[in-house]
Ligand binder design. Structure first.
Ligand SMILES: [Zn+2]
Length: 321
């Protein structure tokens, strides 16, 4: 497979310094490590081009977040707090710095896409981001990496219409908050139905508000749903994008819908992630001239997470030949 086109992987050893305290917290440094280990042993190993992250600038964080949240977050970690607002949001002294570096990984990824340095770009980053709200952390998330990336794509490169497609098991409430009144952005989310799952948003009836009406596509799935149910939704996504006409795609790539991941009741297979990779490259080819970049969100089953990410990247590469 050494003739396959390259994958650019943005990651940084510093991500392991966001310490969630040990114990029972599932969002651990080993998540990135097991993915890296798997990719190193994979047929993909020879195709990986690794780039370090860079810290997002304050102005870039402020494209979604409030000054008040930035001050509160930084002050909390420097004063030795162990969590912010809820024990889900565990922090350590370095967490502000590392969250800034995690947000920056998406920006490095977008630069790589725009420079056409490879066919697939994946930001292998933590802490995750899609639950983070403008003024508060939520669900292990502190800065909304996907929203900050989408705004960067618009502002730095003039890609005016940006869509985030989120296949994490949970609804990305923070992304919806960012985009629901904005006609220039769109959000598509496949997730476990809010009646059964955290965070309780993402009902099919939530379509967007005011000028943003029609730019949100929530596709909730019942517990136990897997490949058959997901494949049935894909034509709806094609139709939605046909109408929205994006210039760029950001993928909120979460892997906690795998059947063995305890964080959801969904039952995705490893091979479904391969199919999603292939589907996403189809979307990018048809709608955005290949401009697509993926950012890691959830995925907590340490034995399966590496396999899921590997399958997703294989799916992407199979469709870029
Ligand atoms: Zn999740």
């Amino acid at each position: 497979m050494d003739h396959l086109p390259a994958i650019t992987l943005i990651t940084d050893p510093a991500f392991s310094r966001h310490d969630t305290g040990g114990g029972e917290h599932p969002e651990v440094a080993e998540r990135v490590q097991v993915i890296t280990d798997r990719l190193d042993q994979s047929p993909l190993a020879g195709t990986l081009n690794r780039l370090p992250s860079r810290a997002a600038l304050r102005s870039q964080l402020l494209s979604f977040h409030t000054e008040a949240w930035l001050f509160r977050f930084e002050e909390a970690v420097l004063s030795g707090r162990t969590y912010i607002d809820h024990p889900d949001n565990q922090v350590c002294y370095d967490s502000y710095e590392i969250a800034t570096l995690a947000a920056g990984a998406g920006l490095v990824g977008i630069d790589a896409v725009e420079q056409r340095s490879s066919n697939a770009v994946f930001s292998l980053t933590r802490p995750p981001g899609h639950h983070a709200e403008p003024n508060m952390p939520f669900g292990f998330c502190f800065f909304n990496n996907c929203v900050i990336a989408a705004r960067y794509w618009q502002r730095q490169y003039g890609r005016q219409r940006v869509c985030v497609f989120d296949f994490d098991a949970h609804h990305g409430n923070g992304i919806q908050t960012a985009f629901e009144e904005d006609p220039s952005t769109a959000y598509i989310s496949i997730h476990e139905h809010p009646s059964f799952s955290y965070p309780g948003t993402g009902w099919a009836e939530e379509h967007g508000i005011g000028a943003g009406k029609g730019t949100i596509l929530n596709l909730p799935l019942p517990p136990g749903a897997g490949e058959r149910e997901v494949l049935r939704l894909l034509p709806k996504i094609r139709i939605f994008l046909e109408k929205f006409q994006p210039d760029a795609l950001v993928i909120a790539a979460g892997f906690d819908a795998h059947r063995e991941d305890d964080m959801s009741g969904l039952a995705f297979s490893v091979d479904l992630y391969r199919k999603l990779g292939t589907f996403i490259m189809d979307l990018a080819r048809n709608h955005t001239q290949g401009r697509v970049m993926s950012i890691l969100e959830g995925g907590y089953h340490l034995d399966k997470l590496g396999l899921c990410v590997e399958a997703y990247l294989i799916g992407i590469l199979e469709n870029t030949k």
